[in-house]
Design a protein around this ligand. Structure first.
Ligand code: EPU
Length: 336
């Protein structure tokens, strides 16, 4: 187990904030995690934060508590049936390495979620999603440890998954640490290609394959989303707001191009990226923070921005969107 005081988090957050943790702990096994939780450091330091790849975090400054990270990177097939496999994966496994592995094995279900930054543990907290698929569609169960050291397995239903949402972000926030996720992957693919121009891109080279989907998704993402190694960012900064259909219809009178995705009879989801873009924010900077010039949903660190600078930009955008469209957009990124 790695245990270090006054530890730089620069390599642990994709926004590129050069901040420090009072104590950083990285464990390799469930037993190490258990021993650490029993040792009393969490109580001594007063607060803790468990991170994954740091791709959904914005630090305001140094973190005075304990930052924990899983280095559990095991992958084992726990059930091999005629039509599917159940794969149990350690929380510290890099998400996209897992997707690459599945595609290579011919296991279907996660190929649309290619090239998403982050790790397996966070995938199950955040319910990551892209191109018509959410990870909840393939999660069979989630193994976790409570901070008192007791273990619990959550079924998919018990995780209360919603759009970028789960019980681990709400009632159980800060109470459980995810140690493993068990995914169910299919041996016969059902291709989901109805998002944007994904089908056209995949079928340009003939019959779809898992690898062709992975390649097409990666190309689309690379064309819109900045590489955090070049330009610090945390992917979508805001979630897409869900609004009443009546409100959407009224807006459509005024803005005929406003896109939407159906949710239910009464609600639709409106892309925050469209709202921010059409309000004129795309590419605009405020100090060292800016709105990305190819996807307005992404805020970027132009170099040396503080967390507060990014938050100030986010607040200005929220205010402006509310004044223009009467829609409240909320950050997806965790401000620490
Ligand atoms: N749009 C604009 N201008 C922009 C950005 C978007 O007009 O600057 C419009 C697009 O033309 C399109 C619509 O908004 O009509 C949707 O855009 P896009 O397909 O890029 O997806 P999104 O709704 O902005 C969501 C996810 C992304 C995910 C994509 C693809 C959220 C918060 N974001 O973005 O997830 O990759 O769909 O499925 O749901 C992430 O979570 O970090 C992330 C990148």
């Amino acid at each position: 187990m790695k245990r270090q005081e006054n530890y730089s988090l620069l390599e642990h957050n994709t926004f590129g904030m050069d901040v420090r943790a009072a104590l950083f702990v990285e464990y390799d096994t469930v037993d190490e995690l258990h021993a650490f939780l029993q040792a009393g450091d969490l109580a001594r330091y007063g607060s803790y934060l468990h991170i994954g790849g740091g791709s959904n975090l914005l630090f305001a400054g140094d973190y005075e508590g304990v930052v924990m990270h899983s280095a559990m990177r095991t992958l084992e097939v726990v059930e091999d049936a005629d039509d599917h496999v159940l794969v149990r994966v350690g929380s510290g496994y890099v998400w996209d390495d897992f997707v690459a592995y599945c595609v290579h094995q011919g296991w279907a279900g996660v190929e649309n979620l290619s090239a998403i930054p982050g790790e397996v543990g966070a995938s199950a907290v955040q319910n990551i999603g892209a191109y018509g698929v959410e990870v909840k569609d393939v999660i069979a169960r989630v193994e976790a440890m409570a901070i008192d050291g007791t273990s619990r397995t959550f079924t998919n239903e018990e995780c209360h998954y919603g759009y970028r949402d789960s019980i681990f972000k709400r009632e159980l926030r800060g109470k459980y640490i995810i140690t493993h996720v068990v995914y169910q992957l299919e041996k016969t693919p059902t291709y989901r290609l109805d998002y944007g121009d994904l089908r056209a891109r995949v079928e340009a080279n003939g019959e779809p394959t898992l690898q062709a989907v992975r390649d097409a998704v990666t190309v689309i993402r690379d064309s819109k989303l900045p590489d955090p190694k070049v330009l610090g960012n945390a992917g979508s900064f805001f979630t897409n707001p869900v609004v009443l259909r009546s409100q959407y219809e009224a807006l459509k009178e005024q803005y005929p191009n406003i896109p939407s995705y159906p949710i239910d009879e009464e609600h639709v989801k409106v892309p925050a990226g469209w709202l921010i873009d059409s309000a004129g924010w795309k590419g605009r900077a405020l100090g060292r923070a800016a709105v990305h010039d190819r996807q307005a949903l992404v805020l970027v660190n132009l170099g040396g921005a503080t967390g507060q600078e990014v938050m100030t930009l986010a607040e200005r955008i929220c205010e402006d969107i509310y004044n223009k469209y009467g829609i409240l957009i909320t950050p997806e990124v965790n401000f620490i």
